[in-house]
Design a protein around this ligand. Sequence first.
Ligand code: OOG
Ligand code: NI
Length: 465
Amino acid sequence: MVEQWRLRAGFAERLSRMYGREVPAYTTLVDVSREVNENVLRRRGTDAERLGSIGRVTAERHGAIRVGTPRELQQVARVFGALGMHPVGFYDLREPPASALPIVSTAFRPVDEDELARNPFRVFTSMLTVADARFFDDGLRSRLDAFLADRELFPPELLALADRAEAERELSEADAERFLELAVCAFELSADPIDAEWYASLERVSAVAADIGGVRSTHINHLTPRVLDIDELYRRMTGRGIEMIDTIQGPPLWPGPDVLLRQTSFRALAEPRAMRGADGSVRRGALRVRFGEVEARGIALTREGRVLYDRLLGLVDERAASRPAAERGAVARAVWAEHLPATEHELAARDLGFFTYHAVPDRPADGGGPPTDLAGLLDGGWLRAEPIVYEDFLPRSAAGIFRSNLDDTGPGDRTGEGDGEDGAYDADRLSAAMGRDVLDPFALYERQRDRSLALLPHALRPTRA
Ligand code: OOG
Ligand code: NI
C-alpha cells in the first residue's frame, strides 16, 4: 500500500518533473537552489538546518493553481485531501495590502509536524470572485457562469480515487499510480485551442480572470523550490542570464533573525498556444502564464509579531515614497534595525515569534529555583527555544508575484463600485463554499508551541505563554 505522505511526495516529484520538461528555466532554478543550499550547509554546518533538515528543504516545493467556482474549489480540495493537505489561511487579494485582483485564496498543506517533516508540499489556491460587481458586470458574469459550469477540470475517476485515498489514508500500488497520473494530468497546460475573442474580453477586466475563466482547464502556474540564501540565488540566476523581477519580496536582508518568507521570481515566458478566431480558424498565438519562483522561509510570527511586521511594511512604504526605488532596501533595513529584535532570543522573550520550548537538562544547579515567566526562564538558561518555521504565505508578496507575472493593468479598469453581498468573502464563507474548514495558521502554530510547553516539567512551565 502507498501511504498518504508518499502520495504527496510522489505528486510533488512528478509535478516537478513535468514542469521541468515544459519550463526549462525552472530546472535551472532547482539546480541553482541545490548549489546554494549545499554551499550554505558547508559554510554554516548544522546551524543551516535550524529551520528544517536539508532533506526536507531540498525536496520542498510549493505550487499555485487558480480555479473558477466554489464547485471547482471543492473538487480540488478533494484531490489535495487525498494527499493529506488541508486548506490553511484566507487571503483576499481584492483588498489592500494586496488589492485589486478578482480572487480570494487559501493554501493547501499538511498541518501536523511529522507530516510537514515528511514532505511539506503546499499549493496556493485561488478562486475567481465571479460575483464581485467591482470586476464583472452582469453580462460578463452570466457568460462566465455558463462557461465555467460547462467545463470539467477533474475527471470523475480522479475524484473517486481521491475520496478513497482521503478516507483510507492510503491506496494500493496500482490505484496510487493511476491517481498520480490523473492528478498530474489535471494540472498540465492544455493544448486545446483557446477562443481568442472570449479570452480577450476577460483580459480587458484582468489577466488573472482570463487565465482562469478563458480556458477549459486549469494548470500549475509556478512551482517554487526553497533556498537557504535567496540573495545568493538571485545573484547566480542573474549571472546565468535569467531575468528576475527587480526585488526580493517580504522582509529585507538584515543581520537579525529571518522571519516569515522572502520570495522572488523570474517572469513568465511567452509560450505558444493555439488560438481560435471568430471564423473558426486556428492560428498560433502566445501567452505568458507560467513562471518560476523561489523562496526562503523564516520563523513564524505570533499575531502580535505579525501586527508589528505589517506596521513596519507601512513605515517602509512611507519613508521610501520620497526616495529613489533603489534605496528601498536600505530604508527597510533601517526600519527593521530600529523596531525588530536583533536576536531569536529576544523574539521569543517578547513573544513576537513562535518557538517550541525545551527544558535544558544539563543546566548547572545554582541554588535558586526557576522563575515563572518565559523571558526569565530563557534568560536563566532553564529553557531552550527552537524556532517554528513559517509554513504559509504573505498576501502582499502573493499580489506582487501575480502582478509581476501578468500583464495586468490594475485597478483602473474595475467595472463598478461597491462590494455587492454576493461578492463578499471571508474565511467562513470560503469554508462554507468548499465544505471544509479553512484553518487558522496562528492557531496551528500556537498548538505546536503549547504542546511543547505542556511537555515541560511542571516547575518549568511559564505562567504565561
Ligand atoms: C499565486 C501567487 C501567490 C506566492 O508564493 O505567494 C504565490 C498565483 O500566481 O496563482 O504563489
Ligand atoms: Ni508562489
